[in-house]
Design a binder for this molecule. Structure first.
Ligand code: TNX
Length: 538
């Protein structure tokens, strides 16, 4: 009896010790949030980070205040509160006279300091009991809160006090973008993507400070935007897509909703109507537009370069005038993209005549024309913009004309290029683009376009091989994060070894947002609780 009792006692004691040891082990495995600001994986990398090695205790006694009377600042404060609520489930009041105790504040302050003169500039001062975000414009404040979101740890430190505390490392960040134009493009013509898909993409891009979404709204396989004066464009031209699925289109109300959602994130939408080539869907809807001498039929394949508008017919320009007028009226941004690429069956003279005429229409409706690099062949105005995707010679011709250039070389910046020969999706006519190749190049030097002529960088995602949001995310993430850094961060701050570690740390965010990114083997992805949940679901 006594012997049994003793054995049991020893057994329970051993069990107890094991449990305590396991709990300790468990605690050890949860990394403590850092108090070294320079160790947080900020993406894109800010101009300057100065750590002061302490922490601001974000908790239920924190409140957000914004400068009174500063346009847009309160909305930025509310946006931050909403995002923190979904990240850490903490309710933070914004500009509220609250009876609750407020011990620490996040102050989003409008400041006219000359240090904040650069567009979108912000400064973030994090002290033990206050966070001060200074910006001249609400746009700068919006960029600044993306950095602050990244500084807030995913998990709280519950050993410091009775309530949960998320320690935000103290220090100072001074930041502004290298390029004004930091873009992504989505082809909704080859395969259609819903408003919800586009919004998800916009939300993710804005977290990485991308400020332009270019929508490729028409191509041979589909016309995706309602034009009230030419209804068959969507009735007929929107009825299919690559592979023969049902296609789809945005009503003008849908498009306005995308524009509104993007504007809330300080992102400009650029509509593209690709012409005079890539116009089969328009010509099937209205055969009078067609200029290739054949009877147009709905097209579900992926070849390019077989279609053209009839560039010598006035009705074609009356049509274009209506299209540009209707789209320009619901596009607050300054740009209209006319495509202009791969017009292989348009005669050179006709092409030049066409681009010259369409430029005038775009200008008549108050927009700046953008076109793929071929447009430099025409007599274009220096205010128009060349979108360099293929020909360096064309890009240089644009520079000679005094034009600005958007840098999207297919070999480096095309999101639809496969990662490697095992990739589930994508093409590889320009190159395979693994995650390092996508990052290790310099838009400032590639091709020798003078810095002053570079408007910015854009990463186009063509959709011949992708038909849903998971596939979109597979090609876009993680590479688009690299393009955000190539356009936001200065060259001195860009380094593959350093980037690779910061990229690995994006996994918890991407997992929480349910982004099906390509888990490149070049990256030692950080594990996250969300990842386990997604894996279990799969
Ligand atoms: C070239 S890039 C195209 C597109 C295709 C893409 C596929 C450009 C201006 N034209 O029509 O979708 O390649 O990668």
């Amino acid at each position: 009896m006594t012997k049994h009792f003793l054995t049991r006692c020893i057994f329970f004691l051993a069990l107890g010790i094991t449990v305590i040891a396991c709990q300790k082990e468990e605690k050890k495995r949860i990394p403590m949030p850092t108090t070294d600001m320079s160790k947080v994986s900020l993406m894109p990398k800010p101009v300057k980070t100065v750590p002061t090695h302490s922490a601001f205790a974000l908790d239920q006694f924190t409140a957000i205040y914004t400068s009174k009377g500063a346009t847009g600042f309160e909305e930025v404060g509310k946006f931050l509160a909403g995002k923190l609520k979904s990240k850490i489930d903490l309710e933070i009041p914004v500009n509220q006279e609250t009876s609750n105790i407020v011990e620490r504040i996040i102050y989003i302050n409008q400041s006219d300091s000359i240090e904040l003169d650069a567009p979108e500039a912000y400064q973030l001062y994090i002290n033990q009991d206050s966070v001060i975000l200074n910006a001249n414009t609400s746009e700068g404040a919006f960029r600044g809160i993306q950095t602050l979101r990244q500084l807030v740890p995913e998990t709280s430190n519950d050993t410091l006090a009775e309530q949960s505390i998320w320690p935000v490392p103290t220090g100072k960040i001074v930041d502004n973008p290298n390029f004004a134009y930091r873009g992504a493009m989505l082809d909704v013509a080859r395969h259609f993507f819903s408003v919800a898909d586009v919004k998800k993409y916009i939300d993710l891009l804005s977290y990485y400070k991308i400020n332009v979404l270019h929508l490729h709204l028409s191509d041979d396989q589909g016309w995706r935007i309602e034009i009230k004066s030419w209804p068959k464009l969507t009735e007929v031209g929107g009825s299919t897509e690559v592979g023969g699925e049902a296609g789809g289109f945005f009503t003008q109300e849908d498009y306005k909703e995308i524009v509104r959602y993007a504007a809330e994130r300080y992102m400009t939408i650029i509509p593209e109507i690709d012409m005079p080539g890539h116009t089969n869907a328009a010509s099937v809807s209205y055969p009078l537009l067609n200029g290739n001498g054949k009877t147009p039929k709905l097209y579900e394949g992926t070849h390019v370069g077989f279609s053209t508008f009839d560039t010598r017919k006035d009705t074609v320009y009356a049509f274009i005038d209506d299209v540009v007028r209707e789209i320009a009226a619901i596009t607050p941004g300054p740009y209209f993209h006319i495509g202009g690429d791969e017009s292989h069956v348009t005669k050179k003279n006709d092409y030049i005549y066409f681009v010259n005429r369409v430029e005038k229409i775009v200008q008549k409706y108050g927009k700046r024309m953008i076109g793929w690099d071929e447009i430099a062949l025409a007599d274009i105005d220096s205010t128009s913009i060349s979108h360099w995707w293929s020909s360096e010679e064309n890009a240089k011709k644009a520079v000679e004309k005094g034009m600005k250039v958007i840098v999207s070389p297919a070999k480096k910046a095309y999101l639809d290029m496969s990662y490697d020969s095992d990739s589930k999706h994508g093409l590889h006519w320009a190159a395979y683009i693994p995650v390092d190749t996508a990052y290790v190049w310099s838009p400032e030097e590639y091709g020798g376009i003078p810095f002053a002529n570079i408007l910015g960088v854009e990463a186009p995602l063509w959709s011949e091989t992708i038909s849903n949001i998971d596939e979109l995310e597979y090609l876009a993430f993680p590479r688009v994060i690299g393009y955000s850094e190539l356009s936001w961060s200065i060259p001195e701050n860009r380094d593959w070894e350093d980037y690779k570690v910061r990229l690995a740390d994006q996994a918890p965010f991407l997992d929480r947002m349910n982004v099906k990114y390509y888990p490149s083997p070049l990256i030692d992805w950080k594990k996250s609780k969300y990842r386990y949940e997604t894996i279990e679901k799969d």
